[in-house]
Design a protein around this ligand. Sequence first.
Ligand code: NI
Length: 177
Amino acid sequence: MAVPEKGLSADLYEPGGLARAVDEIANAPAAIVAAASGLTDAELRYKPSPEKWSALEILAHLADIELVYGFRLRQIIAQPYSTLAPVDQDAWSRTLGYGSAAVSELMERYVCLRRANVALLRRLTSADLRQSAFHPEYDDSFTLADLVTFMRRHDPNHLAQIERLKQQAHAGVLHGV
Ligand code: NI
């Protein structure tokens, strides 16, 4: 399975850089919840093609990935040099009932787990960011800086995807084009 580039996280080590990143991570769910609550049922379930995710499936993914981030955060802090478990997100979406989940329950879980994860992130210093575990999908170490970088870019990417899906739903199926 393809995994995203780990990317640069140099700005996390600048003065105030970690606190700014954690603020972004803390604030991101509000925009996702606002976008989710503005969607009709038809918009939530619209799929541009059978293999692409609907907005509902993306919201279920966000709630479940928050669990993964939370587990990995705790694992890297408490058990450095251990091995992370790979996650096949497409298998999760196919087999864990993403298409029949209730949006309110998903958003409650996502916001609650994020709040707990942010509380742990606020305890970190920039010296902690180099702490790592082994990530089998990269065949490399995965640091807390990598995890913070993933967390801060994950929500904006999926928010943009939800907004595109809403536009596509209106341009296509929902208006009968
Ligand atoms: Ni994702």
